[in-house]
Design a protein around this ligand. Sequence first.
Ligand SMILES: Cc1cc2nc3c(=O)[nH]c(=O)nc-3n(C[C@H](O)[C@H](O)[C@H](O)COP(=O)(O)OP(=O)(O)OC[C@H]3O[C@@H](n4cnc5c(N)ncnc54)[C@H](O)[C@@H]3O)c2cc1C
Length: 463
Amino acid sequence: MNGDASLEQLRREGRVVIVGASLAGLRAAETLREKGFAGSLTMIGDEPYEPYDRPPLSKQVLLGMAGADRTALPRRRALDATWRLGVPATGLDMAAGRVRLADGDEVPYDRLLIATGVRARPWPHAAEAELDGVFVLRTRDDGAALARRLAERPKRVLVIGAGFTGSEIASACRERGLAVTVAERAAAPLVGALGGVVGAVAAELQREHGVDLRCGVMVTALEGDATGRVRAAHLSDGSSVETDVVIVSLGATRNTEWLAGSGLGAGPRGIACDAGCRAFDIRGIVTDDIYVAGDVARSPHALFGYQFLSLEHWGNAVSQAETAAHNMLSASSDRLPHLWMPAFWSSQFGVNIKSVGVPTLGTEIVVSQGSLADRRFVGVYGYQGRVIGAVAFDHARWLPFYQELIETTVPFPPPFPTVDRRPEGRRPVDADFPDPSVPTHGPTVTLSGYSPADRRMTFTPAH
Ligand SMILES: Cc1cc2nc3c(=O)[nH]c(=O)nc-3n(C[C@H](O)[C@H](O)[C@H](O)COP(=O)(O)OP(=O)(O)OC[C@H]3O[C@@H](n4cnc5c(N)ncnc54)[C@H](O)[C@@H]3O)c2cc1C
């Protein structure tokens, strides 16, 4: 066997450990086996369940169309893995190549994939968050508990936060005929992800479907009754809402705390990795045996100025997991960059919403097809004179066309001959995203800056 062949052989053997047994973890494991990995595979997950799918939790599960326990992810193949479920990883020893578990065990690895995703940001007041009737929605257990409570037909549901998840929850509640109030700090739903122009359409949609939508307000306190059950919420405009179910939908927090002190480039914005999914250490040096995929990763994207993107997209988790697995088994010349085009879907209030690219980067928007008034349109986002993203409301079949415009860095506004009858005077307008310094919980793509290796920072010498 020559040197290259024996190295190749070595990559197909050894011990791979995957922390995070959900979508990205499962797809990475399957890809490893598909590509001939014959070594030992260990899947570590803090949830007690084998991998399941989250998108149905805010859709079919809340509608009562599927039980939360019927969301298992389909398997592409047998894995021959050791499953360590229901036990969180609590630490990483990079020098020794070991993952520490909460039960005291240590699991050695030759290559590690981290796919620990995100968790729902809880209601900030711990005692109020403990009240009976206050929910978040991220896990299968969350989905099951909330679906049970909705089936009891609460008098009113309050959703705090009108990002995609909050809006889908409100939609499902209305579809079940429940009274719903949505409280949103921004001027409209979905503004963090799609800006104010599209947010205004989302607001109309909610109101038309009977949602009591309160924008520009914050919930300041939740109040319980004598039995510890939530009974009201108080808002920053002085009003209050009587409610027996509160769903806190304030975005997500990245699951990186377990890596504190490990020396890996991990923090609240996620784990930085190169385009080949290899994690950076805190010195900005890329590791060769630790890979990252899915919601917890932040990685540079060539199409978007090598900005580091954190994506909370189902399709990204799958694609990045596949690329990471491929690269774990490949010589450096055969490694692939993760160049997935960001894409997201949502269904709410009877409308199918899809986006491609990075709308949040956009400073301007032009409606290129359909009309906002009909709520059936394509909005194209521009940034520094090029097409950077697009969103479709009930017009999804056109998105591949816009994806190509983004991939080929077509100028903005798009110069194509009209594909639709366009009313006169259609001009780009300000996309109306909130000030980036104001935290929003709507975006599913976050620009998380440059890599830890980026040297454009100012050091203040100690005196
Ligand atoms: C309600 C809901 C609706 C959604 N709808 C859509 C949609 O319509 N379209 C779309 O594109 N995306 C949607 N998403 C997002 C999509 O589900 C995520 O992008 C996807 O789940 C990411 O997969 P992941 O494997 O990276 O992370 P996750 O699914 O978050 O999995 C990470 C796993 O790691 C575990 N973990 C964390 N820390 C540790 C630790 N220390 N040790 C061991 N295990 C750990 C977690 O508990 C979790 O099981 C939705 C998400 C939710 C919650």
